[in-house]
Design a protein around this ligand. Structure first.
Ligand SMILES: [Zn+2]
Length: 119
């Protein structure tokens, strides 16, 4: 009984030691907050496609209600909407701005292609 209790304490102490000395890799990034340059690069690479796809879906939804008779409007209002579309993907302000850029890229690409096809 006493030996078992000591064993549990040893496991807890060892785990704490590993985490505190950063020998255990956190599931995402290096644990930096705000994200360091390396983590921003890694995460934008992983999330770029998701953000662009959300932009495409957004443009398609707009096209369902208004005619595609002009180029994509790069306005502050559209930018604010893009920021909301990716708001759940990160808590890091710098990464969120980059993801909003990608969302706009996806939306504008889909919209402007449709605009070109429409003549
Ligand atoms: Zn980092």
């Amino acid at each position: 009984m006493r030996r078992a209790a000591l064993g549990v304490l040893f496991v807890i102490a060892r785990r704490r030691f590993l985490v505190e000395d950063h020998l255990v890799t956190p599931p995402f990034g290096c644990g930096c907050d705000p994200l360091c340059d390396a983590c921003v690069s890694e995460q934008i690479a992983q999330l770029r496609g998701v953000a662009q796809r959300r932009g495409e879906t957004w443009a398609q939804a707009i096209a369902a209600v208004i005619p595609i008779d002009r180029r994509w409007p790069h306005t502050e209002r559209m930018r604010a909407i893009a920021r909301r579309k990716v708001g759940d993907l990160s808590r890091d302000a710098r990464l969120l701005e980059l993801l909003a850029d990608e969302c706009v890229i996806g939306a504008a690409r889909w919209w402007n292609r449709a605009n070109e096809r429409a003549g």
